[in-house]
Design a protein around this ligand. Structure first.
Ligand SMILES: [Zn+2]
Length: 471
């Protein structure tokens, strides 16, 4: 980390320039402290001062201090007097190993200060100067001396005593020094942790953890102390974006868990790679994207068949298989049915798979001439479809209720796609919209059902009105 020595000019028995009750030493220290505060807040830097209070410090003591600590830059802060106005800066006018560097740094600092002193406050730029001052000559590192404004000029003095000006000029000096030395800025990094429950007892946390693991969600327990009591937090993820964390909170809500976001702020220097707090182990199971594949069907078998018949009256009646087999594997059978509609174009089989194959999900069909798997009966075809989804959705062993008929079950990276959108690029390659298209059809199916029920509802109302009128 770079080290800057700030040198508030004069002090103690040496007041520096004096005008009426205004003493230069006081103003110098005030500005130096503000510069230090600014630098330490905004940058990765170490700042030292040649004096912290109203003490007498010799010029030798000042240069000796800077030399002994091996400062990277020495900045002396003064105010002027003697019948002028404006700002000026000085570097050593002789030549040494770092005189060219001293000039470059001085120019950078000078420019930053002038932006404020001239740009904002309309005071004069007296120039980038060189002089044979002790603290410039005797410091063994680049150094600069700033003369902020004139104590004995009425307009300058008003600014010297003005709080906003003091802040502005101190910030400008700080910025100038930071730019000159290319100081790394302190950056705050937020880490958004999703906590799916915080418990006083370990047991409850374990129960929650187990529940999540059963759903195929990777979580871990982090312990913390709140008001002296140990708390067990079940963490399901940590993100740099709040949006991602909120998505997980939403997914937790679907599971009936009220998760919350814990924001952890860390200050990190920029050029050195930011060191985010250890992220949780990468989940071996991704979170479902969009709607999960696992779950319960909302639509009924007859509703599935009725929907597809409106488009293709010759479609086979598969609703019952999708609902029943879906239920057996905790897979959303109604959405799987939407997927089958998408794969077979409403069971019109306009692609490479032929109707006789009973292959409703294009299992093993890679396009072109490859027709994919054939199943003995429609029921077996649906079973293979559901089993294939099961392979994608989780990592659990296949239930033994039915025999394994999906020929490609073991070729799936288990649990790689817990949500329908996760199937994009996996079930269909390429298929950036694959899951979306399935959900779109599913949406249509839901809408249709609502419409049917709406019509029934209105009919029912008519019937009731009729019956009532007959009385
Ligand atoms: Zn002075």
């Amino acid at each position: 980390m770079k080290l800057i020595v700030l040198d508030p000019g004069h002090g103690g028995q040496d007041p520096g320039a004096v005008f009426q009750r205004l003493q230069e030493k006081v103003e110098n220290l005030d500005i130096a402290k503000r510069v230090r505060t600014y630098l330490e807040k905004e940058y990765e830097v170490k700042v030292m001062m040649t004096r912290e209070g109203d003490t007498t410090v010799s010029l030798e003591a000042r240069s000796n201090l800077a030399n002994s600590v091996g400062a990277d830059y020495f900045c002396s802060i003064h105010h002027n007097a003697g019948g002028g106005t404006g700002f000026e800066s000085f570097r050593f006018n002789g030549s040494n190993d770092f005189s060219s560097q001293a000039m470059t740094l001085q120019e950078i600092v000078h420019r930053e200060v002038i932006n404020v002193v001239t740009g904002k406050y309309n005071r004069r730029d007296r120039g980038i100067k060189a002089a044979n001052f002790h603290i410039l000559r005797e410091t063994s590192m680049p150094s600069v001396l700033l003369e902020i404004l004139f104590l004995d000029d009425t307009e300058d003095r008003m600014l010297i005593q003005n709080e906003s000006f003091k802040e502005d000029v101190s910030t400008a000096i700080g910025e100038g020094l930071a730019k000159a030395l290319a100081l790394p800025r302190k950056v705050t990094t937020n880490l958004y942790k999703v906590i799916a429950g915080s418990f006083l007892g370990r047991k409850n946390a374990d129960t929650r953890l187990k529940f999540l693991q059963e759903k195929g969600i990777t979580a871990f327990i982090a312990t913390t102390t709140l008001n002296g009591a140990p708390y067990y937090r079940v963490q399901v993820g940590a993100f740099n974006d709040r949006e991602n964390a909120e998505e997980i909170v939403g997914q937790m809500k679907i599971l009936g868990i009220e998760a919350f976001i814990l924001v952890e702020t860390t200050m990190t220097p920029q050029p050195t790679p930011p060191t985010p707090p250890t992220p949780p182990a990468p989940p071996n199971t991704p979170m479902p994207k969009g709607l999960s594949i696992e779950g319960t069907s909302v639509l009924k078998a007859e509703e599935l068949d009725a929907f597809v018949k409106t488009i293709n009256p010759n479609a086979p009646l598969l609703g019952e298989y999708y609902i029943e087999l879906g239920e057996a594997y905790n897979v959303r059978g109604d959405v799987a049915f939407a997927q089958a509609i998408h794969e077979t174009n409403y069971f019109r089989f306009t692609g490479t798979v032929k109707p006789g194959q009973n292959n409703y999900a294009g299992i093993g069909a890679t396009g072109g001439e490859v027709r994919g798997a054939t199943f003995a009966t429609p029921e077996e075809g649906v079973l293979a479809h559901i089993q294939h989804l099961y392979a994608y959705a989780n990592r659990k062993p296949l239930p033994t209720t039915y025999s394994k008929v999906d020929p490609r079950f073991d070729l799936v990276t288990r649990g790689i796609a817990p949500g329908w959108i996760n199937l994009n690029g996996r079930w269909a390659v390429p298929g950036t919209q694959y899951g979306q298209l399935i959900l779109k059809i599913y949406e249509k199916m839901l809408e249709e059902t609502i419409t049917v029920k709406q019509v029934e509802l209105e009919k029912m109302r008519d019937v009731l009105v009729e019956v009532r009128n007959k009385h």
